[in-house]
Design a protein around this ligand. Sequence first.
Ligand code: ATP
Ligand code: MG
Length: 324
Amino acid sequence: MTTINESVPVPDAESREVNEGTKANSTDLIKFAKKLAKKYRITDDKKFDLDDFPKDASSDLGKDGNVLAQEILELSVKALSEMQDKLYAEDKWSLLVIFQAMDAAGKDGAIKHVMSGINPQGCDVTAFKAPNAEELDHDYLWRCMKHLPERGRIGIFNRSYYEEVLVVRVHEEILRSQRIPGELITEDIWKDRLNDMRNFETYLNNNGILVVKIFLHVSKKEQKKRFLERLETPEKNWKFSKSDLVERKYWKEYMDAYEHLIRKTSTEKSPWYVVPADNKHYARIVVAAAILQALDSMKLAYPTVSKEQLAELQRLKQELLAEE
Ligand code: ATP
Ligand code: MG
């Protein structure tokens, strides 16, 4: 049997076959997803060290790893689609998935591939760029609050309020441009912001919104390779931005900021996942596993119909059948 790191058994070939009508959320897949997700999940670790987490773990999948990852992804996509249907039907829980990463780590690709089977009616993706004038007139959570998922839905944040302790921390001149009263800008500001984010997420959890936070952990070397690809391939030129090279120079500062925020804001119901991102196929199955695990923890089920409602449905059926 294939295993990931000798501890995560991969679903066998038969249960990996995705046919129309196959129930994809087989126990095998869910078990696999839970184990895989656990390897990269941080729920509470004051001593969390980014260096303890790999940037490439694809060799765990063996020599045809990319093919296997593709099969697992297909199966996961189907399971996600089935679970989303129940999430929507139940209309109680919701899920917020946050993606954070350095440039070219694969956020867009992960969102596109992992969410490819999701019903667009039940899902919203929001990308957060540098705030505009209206957004700067408000506290930094304001623009994010407006895009939180409604009950029964999945919300995806491509970047998020965590930029407030990343790019804003690395370039403190951005903080000064936020028009925050001067006396509030003290050495405690990052600690305070991280506390606020943790508390905000607890508030969301207490309202039935689970939060899955994904950090795509890519190496500086792999980023260089992907930037070169963007510069050398005409179809990818548009993806390259001069400012990406500037941010790359602050790699160490960004990694320190990521390490600190993961230490301070990882909780049981709003964990961080440090996803090895040098291999895109592997990264995507870990992202899918993290989302599957969160949806599974909601114990979703289609709403049941009472005896009276069932009798009413039968009566309506007869009425429809009796129609001229
Ligand atoms: P890609 O480059 O893959 O298309 P991206 O998410 O990097 O995707 P960009 O438009 O290149 O999109 O970058 C968005 C930029 O906005 C990032 O550099 C990010 O740091 C910046 N940004 C996001 N939120 C804030 C914020 N609150 N304050 C300042 N800058 C921010
Ligand atoms: Mg960018």
